[in-house]
Design a protein around this ligand. Structure first.
Ligand code: P6P
Length: 341
């Protein structure tokens, strides 16, 4: 019989690799897993029950909050509060941090940052969406309430990060610093089962993923790189294929497996780009680097950047290392050196 290893079993077995492990991180990961199962159930029912559509309220960015956004946010917060090892949460859906006041939670060693349902604008057209999470060890004293400093740490200090893609099948993909591992939900037993152990991304890919509708707002460097990707040059497999779903989780999950570069650059319309450093860029940067790729803002490694505030946006060039390095060369020549000249 095929050996099925569930996510819970894998987390416990992986814990053995950390001599000082107390099981607290495993407990937080399992809280995320429980949330994913509950969210997946609602997402797969969306369209059949009154869970489509918006709440009639806007989030911190002035974006309409979908009912599923709010549901997913509440589910994650409840699970993380109940696990007893998390002292607070920062959510893309909430203006400020969510400080757990319960005595048990104050003893929690970890904080979690999350985008409970990324890509929710795609729900009503049945495109893959997902949950993104990032886990840090707190810097504030255990036993007290968490502080903003717990959440404003460089991405390199993440102890774990991952995502759940609610697509043709639901997949839970995470890393705790020992490689990237994927688990596919088996609905017949209600368990995420190991399906992609030690995921790595090719150093050279052939997929360009960028919203070219924004070309008029791109920098000269970004335009030059995109045009270079479209030139005919057989040895380097160009022109590359273009794939853009408009749901970060779907685009990055594909590129993680097949290779490629995903770009949401700074533009004249959005000088800091669109995606959020804490809730989208850092967790994916952690994963992609663990999988052998690169993640930058066009100049700096994303994981080295000290966040200034919770909802900080950040340009992102992420994926196959050779492609990210090439893109940075174009930005250096056309944007940076030109400006310095
Ligand atoms: P645009 C979804 O709204 C999201 O936050 C990401 O999931 C996705 O990559 C990006 O925005 C798409 O943005 O401007 O291309 O529609």
């Amino acid at each position: 019989m095929r050996e099925v290893i569930t996510l819970s079993e894998f987390i416990v077995q992986s814990q053995e690799q950390f001599p000082g492990a107390t099981g607290a991180l495993s407990s937080v990961l399992r809280a995320v897993e429980l949330s994913a199962k509950l969210i997946n159930r609602e997402v797969t029912m969306a369209g059949l029950v009154d869970i489509i559509g918006t709440m009639g309220v806007k989030n911190a960015y002035g974006e309409e909050v979908a009912k599923l956004d709010d549901f997913s946010n509440e589910i994650m917060i409840r699970s993380l509060r109940n696990c007893g090892d998390c002292c607070g949460v920062a959510s893309e859906e909430e203006e400020d941090i969510h400080v757990f006041q319960e005595e048990l939670c104050k003893k929690g060693r970890y904080v979690v940052l999350m985008d409970p349902l990324d890509g929710s604008s795609n729900i009503d057209v049945n495109v893959s969406i997902g949950t993104i999470f990032s886990i840090f060890e707190r810097v504030s004293p255990q036993g007290e309430v968490c502080t903003h400093e717990d959440f404003l740490q460089e991405g390199s200090k993440q102890v774990a990060a991952g995502y759940v893609v609610y697509g043709p099948s639901a997949m839970f993909v995470y890393s705790a610093g020992q490689g990237v591992h994927g688990f596919t939900l088996d609905p017949s037993i209600g368990e995420f089962c190991l399906s992609h152990q030690d995921m790595t991304t090719p150093w050279q890919g052939k997929i360009l993923s960028i919203n070219e509708g924004n070309t008029a707002y791109f920098s000269e460097g970004t335009k030059a790189y995109v045009n270079w990707c479209k030139e005919i040059e057989k040895e380097s497999s160009r022109p590359y294929g273009c794939r853009y779903v408009g749901s970060m989780i779907a685009d990055l999950h594909r590129n993680l497996i097949k290779g490629g570069i995903f770009i949401y650059p700074a533009t004249t319309k959005s000088p800091a780009g669109k995606l959020r450093l804490l809730y989208e860029c850092n967790p994916f940067a952690f994963l992609i680097v663990q999988a052998g790729g690169l993640a930058t803002d066009g100049q700096r490694n994303l994981l080295d950047i000290k966040p200034k505030e919770l909802h900080q946006r950040m340009p992102i060039f992420i994926g196959s290392g050779a492609m990210v390095e090439k893109a940075m060369e174009f930005l250096k020549v056309h944007d940076i050196e030109k400006v310095e000249a």
